[in-house]
Ligand binder design. Structure first.
Ligand SMILES: *Cc1c(COP(=O)(O)O)cnc(C)c1O
Length: 417
């Protein structure tokens, strides 16, 4: 989002015009920003010969976003069969899709095998059954290095109590299974969780994975997951991707030289690629002064944008209708009938009823976590590609809400005229 001549724009498109045309609330995505982030990570790791970025699509699975990443040359990291299917629909080659589920049934893993996608297995029980049924099918193993690199405890997945991955301490057991079933382990994977605060801690986890990799002779790739942090406020901490790129590339190349083969280095960023590209626009319904607070109540809520309530996430809020207005302090709340706060004590240009507020970093895990709670419709999404606006999801209607409901005839009474 840029501010110029009193207007807020994305790639030259005026955001206020968008709410006039498509209504509010509205998700707006800047395709060029996604592209820039993809290219940035590529540049950061340009020191390795084989690099693959698999977009972790659970962050935002709109088909147009998937197609954009496919055109950029990205692969896809998926966590459900539905994501696999969306990826195939978007034109990804099955070989460019990695299936990294957690606690799914063997049936779901088998289904992924029939689709021809790469399989990442994160527990020994499934590994045994998989190996038994699919002799010769190459597999990736998700290891848990037990390094606490993530931010919020809900998104840090590498620690000792985590349900993710096979403990690094169980590698001897894994090797027994691999040898007994003659499994071809083509990849090792780790994902320490979102919001890496300290690159050094991440590199420690890398060391642990590299040590384990020496025990697997058939490797073709090493997947170091993601968790790259993007800034959520001005001057906010972010993963220094260029610095990490330099240090890790050097270490990776050194490892490959020792291993005797040029392995592919993989990452699977979600947030890094799409978070900053998204802006969520809401309209102020009421400004309500209570003895303690001035509330700006908007036409959305945790049903559309749950990260502030769920993760205590900070999302920067701007009054784009009155940017030059006198700065005042507001608590921005939604219309859901329970505590539903977007931001507490934020300084905004004076908010008037009808003003449009913009929430930043709304590309990752925002629309995807939207629900129909309070029986509200989920918002529309638009994408700006090279300065052109495209509606990529229409707002829902009552028909969408009723689409899956099945009526019991005995309960249907004739409506009184
Ligand atoms: C969610 C997830 C990611 C993406 O994490 P970000 O913090 O959005 O980059 C990557 N890999 C796996 C296995 C995931 O579950």
């Amino acid at each position: 989002m840029q501010f110029k001549n009193g207007r807020f724009t994305v790639s030259g498109v005026d955001l206020l015009n968008l709410t006039e045309e498509y209504g509010a609330p509205l998700y707006v995505y800047d395709a060029n920003k996604m592209k820039q982030q993809y290219e940035r990570i590529h540049r950061a790791f340009s020191g390795v010969k084989r690099l693959r970025i698999n977009y972790a699509c659970k962050a935002l699975t709109n088909l147009n976003v998937l197609r954009l990443f496919r055109q950029l040359g990205s692969g896809l990291d998926t966590v459900s069969m539905q994501e696999v299917e969306l990826g195939l629909m978007a034109g990804f080659d099955p070989h460019d899709i990695l299936f990294t589920p957690n606690c799914v049934s063997l049936e779901e893993v088998n289904e992924a095998v029939t689709k021809g996608v790469r399989i990442n297995i994160d527990n020994i029980s499934i590994l045994e059954q998989f190996g038994d049924q699919h002799r010769g099918v190459p597999v990736c193993i998700r290891l848990n290095p037990h390094i606490m690199a993530g931010g919020n405890s809900k998104i840090s997945v590498g620690h000792i109590d985590s349900k993710f991955g096979i403990s690094i301490h169980q590698v001897p057991h894994v090797l027994k299974v691999v040898n007994a079933l003659d499994l071809k382990v083509e990849g090792l994977h780790m994902h320490t969780g979102s919001d890496i605060l300290d690159a050094q801690v991440f590199l420690q986890a890398v060391e642990i994975l590299l040590r384990a990799a020496g025990d697997f002779p058939d490797l073709d790739y090493l997947d170091f997951g993601s968790g790259f942090k993007v800034p959520y406020k001005e001057g906010g901490i972010a993963t220094d991707i260029e610095d990490l790129g330099q240090q890790l590339s050097e270490r990776f190349n050194e490892f490959c030289a020792g291993y005797g083969r040029e392995l592919e280095l993989m990452f699977e960023p979600g947030k890094f690629l799409v978070s900053e590209a998204g802006t969520f626009l809401v309209r102020t319904n009421v400004v309500k002064t209570t003895p303690a607070t001035v509330f700006a109540g908007v036409d959305s809520g945790l049903n559309h944008f749950i990260r502030p309530m769920f993760y205590d996430a900070y999302h920067h809020i701007t009054n784009i209708s009155n940017p030059q207005g006198k700065p005042r302090i507001y608590t921005v709340v939604g219309y859901i009938c329970e505590t539903d706060t977007f931001g507490i004590n934020r300084q905004l240009g004076e908010v008037r009823e009808g003003d449009i507020l913009a929430m930043a970093n709304a590309g990752a895990y925002c629309f995807m976590m939207a629900s129909n709670y309070n029986s509200r419709y989920r918002p529309a999404e638009v994408m700006i590609l090279d300065g052109k606006v495209h509606l990529i999801r229409r707002r829902e209607t009552m028909q969408d809400l009723l689409g899956t409901q099945v009526e019991v005839p005995e309960l249907v009474e004739p409506v009184q005229a």
